[in-house]
Design a protein around this ligand. Structure first.
Ligand SMILES: [Zn+2]
Length: 298
């Protein structure tokens, strides 16, 4: 398992904000101290303006340097543009690793799936998963011609964060060769994702207080539909805030469900990579570890 991280991404914080450095620091510590899963540690690398601008406007990129909060959830931090770029770069590095057939997870902050083309929101500044998916679609897969013909240019994004990936949907809407599948609570922040959008964005809203069995069945349905799309590559927005003890949300999932998600994604038999989105409980490191074990088939 390759883990892309950079302890410098713990370099910004605001007291009381749930999207805090400890999420990454504690996860790195658990992964360093375990022996079940051999890990290769990698740094994020670089993201070019051209790669970022497939998903965002130049005005948005410039706005990240203005010393003004984006909304109540999404503060301006000194050098947030640099932290957001590193997180996006890690997504691109994860894509490269997936294409080589490696198991890979980007353990970075800030998360990205709420960031739209023009707007930072919901703790997100740049949309890491959309930047990587658009890079994947633009550069195709030159590794194997047979694989390319079999649909390796089709990129699926699967988002199991408890919140709807509104930014990812807005950016990927009707982009050829890409499909977006999101399972989330509705009605709930950001109050989108009640129905499918365009030709390629498929939403699976779960009602608050629906039981765990319903949530699991909905995830399974979304994965079945994703499989029918026959992607050559799967990019996963891995959020762990549908967990029963997450402080932001009345979630219902347990650690075993994240293990099952990893296993189910592995069973697709398609190159894939995952990026950390949400997940705010103290148990986040264990949830990530459970998911990674599933992805590795341990
Ligand atoms: Zn979330």
């Amino acid at each position: 398992m390759k883990i892309i991280t950079d302890e410098r991404c713990a370099g910004y914080s605001r007291p009381g904000h749930p999207e805090r450095p400890g999420r990454i620091i504690a996860s790195i510590e658990l992964l360093r101290n375990q022996t079940e899963l051999p890990i290769e540690w990698t740094e994020p690398g670089q993201a070019s303006d051209a790669q970022i601008l497939r998903a965002h406007s130049p005005e948005h990129l410039a706005r990240l340097n203005e010393h003004m909060d984006f909304d109540d959830d999404t503060p301006f931090y000194e050098n947030i543009a640099g932290f957001a770029r590193a997180s996006a770069a890690a997504a691109l590095t994860a894509l490269t690793a997936a294409r080589k057939g490696e198991s890979v997870f980007s353990l970075m902050r800030p998360p990205g799936h709420h960031a739209t083309r023009d707007r930072a929101m919901g703790f997100c500044y740049l949309n890491n998963i959309a930047i990587a998916a658009l890079e994947a679609a633009a550069t195709g897969d030159s590794r194997d011609e047979a694989l390319a013909k079999a649909g390796a240019k089709r990129v699926a994004v699967f988002d199991f964060d408890v919140h709807h990936g509104n930014g990812t949907e807005a950016i990927l809407l009707d982009r050829p060769g890409i499909a977006f599948f999101s399972v989330h609570l509705y009605p709930f922040y950001p109050h989108t994702g009640a129905a499918n959008a365009g030709k390629n964005c498929f939403n699976y809203p779960v009602a608050p207080y629906d039981p765990r069995e319903t949530y699991r069945a909905t995830l399974a349905q979304a994965l079945d539909d994703l499989k029918k799309f026959q992607p050559g590559l799967v990019a996963v927005s891995a959020g762990f805030d549908a967990y029963e003890r997450d402080p932001l949300v009345q979630g219902v999932l347990v650690a075993d469900d994240f293990y099952w998600l990893g296993q189910s994604l592995r069973a697709l038999g398609v190159p894939m990579f995952s990026l950390l989105e949400g997940g705010y409980s103290r148990d986040l490191p264990e949830l990530i570890f459970a998911y990674l074990k599933g992805v590795e088939g341990k």
